[in-house]
Design a binder for this molecule. Structure first.
Ligand SMILES: *Cc1c(COP(=O)(O)O)cnc(C)c1O
Length: 374
């Protein structure tokens, strides 16, 4: 049995649908390939699903973050507090608007940003805090929302990986003044190309993001640029395909959650052997990536590969340790939990079309890892 971490057959069942959509959009009289009716319908469907006043579809999750920061007028001289452990867009989106990322350490088990570390990082220059949901755990949004209110800083929610997650009854993306989703292939609502979205109730943010995604135009007068914009437009073929996939999302997420439940049940007894699964439960969870922590991570990865199980390390280094972002690391500051997470984290396959037998094989293989008793 060989189970890749990134399955190549994600969209196999949809091949005919994809061809039909390409034909439909490609041969339509209006020859409209971006920001047309299908994109608008997709935005309305997403907004209805999470009860948001507005959704603005963008070119990617990364540009969605950038446009949100721009809509808040965050730029040179401003600081944005981001997790020290996470994906590059958390820092690069801040840098791309001319602001400075300030890194806050994460929780050693859940790997989401620690609110007290965020509080410590806030200065007079802080314009926003930007927590991210990580792997299968949503950030502590109630505390972070209180923090943002208390300090009078904006709250941007990087919910790129957490679409469908719900914390205390509030969907991921709905905790911040604005949230974002990403539709890049590997995400839970991944697609056949690139895409992202901004979710917000704030009409000012929505209006600005709508203009910023298309060169600062307001959608009425062409070639009138109200803002220095970007190109972050959404594709009609992608919109049609995502509309086709949206009704099945809940069932795919539920399948992911069940696989995670099973893994966690199997791995909880492994604590004495240096393997720790994420917390059990469903509230505030999203199951984009099932990451466990292993003292001998690289050995476990090799053991899994030997038995035909693909795994992946998200992320091998904390953000401030990356060459691109090291200059933003405050001298003398350390992120020990982010360091520990990058040394110990290992993600297992959790895609919804894994069969029960495959899931069992993956769990058996992890459980057979000859860890050293502590
Ligand atoms: C994937 C991801 C993004 C960026 O999304 P893209 O669509 O790849 O640009 C941003 N933040 C987090 C936490 C992500 O995992």
């Amino acid at each position: 049995m060989t189970l890749p971490f990134f399955p190549p057959d994600l969209f196999d069942d949809d091949r005919q649908t994809i061809l039909d959509i390409v034909r439909r959009v490609g041969t339509a009289a209006e020859q409209r390939f971006i920001l047309g009716e299908r994109t608008a319908a997709f935005e309305r469907a997403l907004a209805a699903q999470v009860g948001a006043a507005d959704v603005i579809a963008c070119g990617s999750g990364t540009t969605a973050l950038t446009l949100v920061l721009r809509s808040m007028d965050i730029g040179p001289g401003d600081e944005v507090v981001v997790p020290a452990f996470g994906c590059a867009p958390l820092a690069s989106s801040v840098v791309s608007v001319g602001a400075t990322p300030v890194f806050a350490d994460v929780h050693p088990w859940t790997m989401v940003v620690e609110p007290y570390e965020v509080a410590e990082a806030i200065t007079a220059r802080t314009a926003a805090i930007m927590p991210a949901h990580m792997f299968s755990v949503m950030a502590d949004m109630p505390t972070l929302r209180d923090l943002s209110g208390h300090h009078g800083v904006r709250l941007v929610e990087d919910s790129a990986v957490a679409q469908g997650g719900v914390l205390e009854g509030v969907p991921a993306g709905r905790w911040g003044e604005a949230g974002v989703y990403s539709f890049v292939q590997v995400k839970t609502f991944g697609t056949i190309g690139e895409g992202g979205a901004v979710v917000t109730d704030d009409p000012e943010i929505a209006r600005a993001v709508r203009m910023l995604r298309n060169h600062g135009q307001d959608g009425r007068a062409r070639f009138v640029h109200h803002l220095v914009g970007h190109n972050s437009r959404f594709d009609e073929i992608t919109a049609d395909y995502q509309l086709h996939r949206l009704p099945g999302l809940a069932a795919r997420l539920e399948r992911r959650a069940r696989i995670a439940d099973y893994y966690t049940e199997r791995f909880t007894p492994l604590a004495g052997r240096g393997i720790q699964p994420p917390p059990a439960g469903r509230d505030g969870r999203c199951f984009y990536v099932y990451s466990l922590l292993a003292d001998r991570r690289d050995d476990l990865k090799r053991h899994l590969a030997t038995h035909g199980v693909g795994s992946h390390v998200y992320y091998p280094a904390p953000l401030p340790a990356q060459p691109a972002f090291a200059r933003y690391a405050r001298p003398g500051q350390y992120w020990p939990h982010a360091e520990l997470a990058s040394a110990r984290t290992l993600a297992l396959p959790i895609y919804p079309h894994l069969t029960d037998a495959e899931v069992e094989h993956i769990a058996d293989t992890v459980c057979a890892f000859p860890g050293e008793p502590r």
